[in-house]
Design a protein. Sequence first.
Length: 191
Amino acid sequence: MKKYIKKIITVILLVVIAILFAVYYKNYLNNNINIYQENNTITSIDNPNNQIELTEATVTKVIDGDTIWVNINGKEEKVRFIGVNCPEYTTKIEEYGKEATEYTTNELLGKKVYLQKDISQTDDYNRLLRYVWLEKIDTINEENIENYLFNAKLVINGYAQSNYYKPDISLQDYLEKFENEAKQQKIGIWQ
């Protein structure tokens, strides 16, 4: 009888473990199923034709290295760059914060950019969360990311580190790769 009870308990434990795994895996898929990568090009499962939705904007003010104000069709919006974190240079002054802010100012202020949403619309501070493209692109691949994604340029040039902010992580692998390269070359904040 004891062996029978042990078998029942074992089966119940295995079922519970399987259910927990299934719930975890479902949550994982829900957070990561939006994109897949093939031939170094990112495609959205929700958007199989890979049409990139970009919003044209003009940069009107730079707050710091990773936050700007833009004008979109006459409306001012505050934008926080997805996937990166620059040293602070506002109420808190961090090493290399001034350089990151100056870089963003020199590269973006007064210029036309193209904003791309990932998953989230805004953050807890009601800032738009966006990838900031310097050119209107039609394909998301490593070459375009490296050459035209300002978020990536901050990392490549050592003005920012790559940071995961779930669920907005569709380009994070690229940003991490660029950060590792900047670290190896001891660029910017990695000196």
